[in-house]
Write a protein that binds this ligand. Structure first.
Ligand code: PEP
Ligand code: MG
Length: 748
């Protein structure tokens, strides 16, 4: 038997639904809701406060307070009891409100005669929308059931807000998801894009928050949960290799899907008149609100899991699949919480830009976005909650800024920026076939980094002299199984064909650390994966895959020259051993009668400081050395390249790091070993110039950087730059950047 409060609550929701169904203006609907709620809760006052902007709440409708205060009374987030409810996303229930900490009396509302106060947040999926308040004269403390009932009303309000029920003539609210919003994120890949939102996982829209047949809704929920449980069990039971992390996530899903308290709370919401979908979303909303205040990483991840699970449940209930059938708009810009490299590759070059809420600069998705030369902004918090399919969106990958539904003046300024970039591109195009020869007559060889077939067309367009780093692991990362030798040989062959005789340096598989293959058994005992069993260490301990890859490379050359290098060499013996594997494979292929490469060069990547101090024999044995500056810098400064908190702390132009580069150049010069630099910093013009001033003559970078780097190099005198760097070093500067910038300005 439903208890009295449940029936009352259902009656109230029924009346709310009628009020909302009437063809009245937004303000009239809000007014009606306050009157109905006050009546049903037997309070003198019911008020709705909504956000005007992210920091300000406004009294938008009231029953019981002075009507002339509506749209006049405002408070800041955190101010007074209403502001506190909004800030903490928690109810405040007080029999004697004026005695409460932080109480602020609003004389214009006439609220001084009311003693009790109950305020609950109006929020949708963790997004704050406002506060719903009831007040009464008698010093009454509201029961748990009453708090709950008010929360249910707030939930319906939030849903109806989403559906635009309160927009219109004299309305309290401007339409949601129609205003311009700016997001400040982090640069993932430079470049600009002007296009339209395409959501990777479109949001489920609940159109029926109130239902009048709780029994049927409860049955729908139970059936949906059964289906969900079944699908999780199926995924877990499937006899396929699931890595440890995926298994853990699925186990957590199963735990939630079987959670009695989760189910009970949703059943209670349904009994009070919510539809099954709205009940799921209410739970999801409060989990998201909790997420904001949970410091514990493990708990946050579990709450994220619950969020994902709720989305799945909503999809089952509403029938809105991952594919909601939304057509890809013109000039699509992909918006997602996060995305894997495989999914991103599938979208491919159709996309003009990508904006993620999560992600990291070194993530595979970022690598793919770079390979596809698509501007990428990461850490654009809450963009998936704000963006709607088809919205106009501007992505400024240079600044890490995104403008959603931009105002005309922003869009115009952006257009100017794109035009300026286009003219810069024209400038770069005009020097595409010119060498990067400095004013002092030194020519710097500019190569490009690649990892996908999709990169190769850039070889022509960018003016790169070849591929200085071909990251072979991307082919392994985007597949669900180890690629076969034949597949790899064909692919490497196509890369060499596309290079049309220009050099290509293949780097053997660099996995481990952040690059975890979906089918590789994860290492349970690796507290520090970046310092762990990765790259050449895996190759030497388990040489099967490395040997297969070497065979594929040899066959791909079919008589053409082969350049290969081993990643992450930390000591001479590792290089000697890996090189021996390559020589053995050459011999094996010869015996098998395959055509051997016309020339073989075997190099090492210098990515750990230790290798800079290796014995002379190492430098003699290596045919060439390529400085992997991304890793070298992280180990040099002991600062994780993936950790946003420390990543930028140490400047590449720090005198110690530049001296390290100079030292490596010197070691290579002693033995005449060719040396290049292929980390991300090579693509930054100022850094590239300083590296050249330290003696580097080959730099490998993403294709889009070649133009800007060449443009600067052709206008500078490296002797001048070196003198400025030396002077900064002797005066004890931490970084040479200020001095170098000043010098460049003086040179125009
Ligand atoms: C580097 O470490 O600089 C490098 C080029 O390798 P990756 O970024 O692939 O680790
Ligand atoms: Mg590296």
């Amino acid at each position: 038997m439903p208890d009295r409060t449940e029936t009352e609550s259902r009656k109230l929701l029924g009346r709310l639904r009628e009020a909302l169904a009437q063809d009245s203006a937004g303000q009239a609907r809000l007014d009606r809701i306050t009157a109905l709620t006050a009546g049903s809760m037997e309070t003198e006052v019911c008020s709705i406060y909504l956000f005007r902007d992210s920091e300000t709440l406004e009294l938008c409708a009231t029953e019981g307070l002075r009507k002339d205060a509506v749209h006049q009374t405002r408070m800041r987030l955190g101010e007074g009891l209403v502001g506190r409810v909004a800030k903490t996303a928690r109810p405040i229930n007080s029999a004697n409100a004026p005695q409460e900490r932080g109480f602020r009396f609003m004389p214009e509302t006439g609220e001084e005669i009311y003693s009790s106060f109950l305020g609950v947040p109006i929020q949708r999926l963790g997004e704050r929308l406002g506060v719903l308040v009831v007040q009464s004269k008698d010093a009454r403390s509201y029961s748990e059931d009453e708090v709950y009932a008010l929360e249910v009303v707030a939930m319906v309000l939030a849903e109806m807000t989403e559906l635009g029920a309160f927009v219109g003539e004299g309305a309290a609210l401007s339409a949601r998801h129609q205003n311009p919003v700016m997001f400040r994120g982090t640069v993932g890949q430079e470049g600009t894009a002007d296009g339209h939102v395409y959501l990777h996982e479109p949001r489920v829209v609940v159109t029926n928050p109130i239902a009048d047949d709780p029994v049927r809704e409860a049955e729908r929920l139970t059936a949906a949960i059964d289906q969900l449980r079944q699908s999780v069990d199926d995924m877990l039971g499937r006899n396929q290799i699931i890595d440890k992390d995926s298994r853990q996530v699925l186990e957590t899903y199963r735990m939630f899907a079987n959670s009695r308290s989760w189910m009970r709370r949703m059943q209670e919401d349904i009994a009070r008149g919510l539809s099954a979908e709205a009940a799921v979303e209410k739970e999801q909303s409060s989990a998201r609100a909790r997420l904001r205040s949970v410091p514990d990483l493990y708990m946050r991840e579990r709450l994220h899991d619950l969020d994902d699970l709720s989305n799945r449940l909503l999809r089952i209930l509403t029938g809105q699949g991952g594919e909601t059938g939304a057509e890809m708009p013109d000039r699509p810009i992909l918006i997602a919480r996060n995305i894997g490299p495989g999914d991103l590759l599938e979208y491919g070059r159709k996309l003009r830009g990508v904006v993620l809420e999560q992600g990291s600069v070194g993530s595979h998705a970022a690598i793919v976005a770079r390979a596809l030369a698509i501007p990428l902004v990461i850490h654009a918090e809450r963009i998936t909650a704000e963006a709607l399919n088809g919205d106009r969106i501007l992505v400024d990958g240079d600044q890490g800024i995104v403008h959603l539904r931009p105002e005309d003046n922003v869009a115009n300024a952006f257009r100017d920026k794109i035009a300026m970039q286009a003219s810069a591109q024209e400038r770069y195009a005009s020097i595409r076939d010119q060498p990067a020869t400095t004013k002092c007559g030194e020519t710097i060889k500019l190569m490009m980094n690649a990892g996908l077939m999709a990169d190769l067309p850039s070889l022509e367009g960018s003016g790169a002299e070849g591929v200085g780093l071909f990251r072979t692991e991307l082919q392994f990362l985007i597949r669900s199984h180890v690629p076969r030798r034949g597949e790899l040989a064909a692919l490497y062959g196509r890369v060499l064909d596309a290079a049309k005789g220009r050099p290509v340096i293949f780097r053997t598989l660099d996995i481990g650390s952040d690059k975890v293959l979906p089918y590789m058994k994860p290492q349970d005992d690796e507290p520090n994966p970046a310092l762990g069993w990765r790259a050449i260490r895996v190759g030497l301990d388990k040489p099967g895959v490395m040997r297969m890859q070497l065979q594929a490379l040899i066959r791909a050359c079919a008589g053409r020259p082969l350049s290969l290098m081993f990643p992450f060499v930390a000591q001479f013996d590792e290089f000697r051993e890996a090189r021996q594997h390559a020589l053995n494979e050459l011999e094996r292929e010869r015996k098998l009668g395959h055509v051997l490469p016309s020339d073989v060069k075997i190099g090492a990547m210098l990515e750990t400081p230790s290798l800079a101090f290796a014995p002379r024999q190492f430098f003699e044995m290596a045919d060439f050395i390529s400085i992997g500056g991304n890793d070298l810098k992280q180990f040099f400064f002991a600062a994780d390249r993936e950790n946003e908190r420390v990543r930028r702390r140490y400047d590449t132009l720090n005198v110690s790091f530049l001296s390290m580069i100079e030292h490596i150049v010197g070691r290579c010069a002693e033995t005449g070993t060719p040396v290049s630099f292929c980390g991300e910093d090579a693509g930054r013009p100022i850094e590239a110039m300083c590296f050249a001033a330290m003696g580097l003559r080959t730099l490998s970078m993403r294709p889009a950087s070649i133009g800007p780097v060449k443009h600067l190099l052709r206008r500078v005198d490296l002797n001048g730059a070196k003198a400025v760097i030396d002077a900064a070093r002797t005066t004890g500067d931490q970084s040479v950047r200020p001095a170098v910038m000043e010098w460049l300005r003086s040179q125009n």
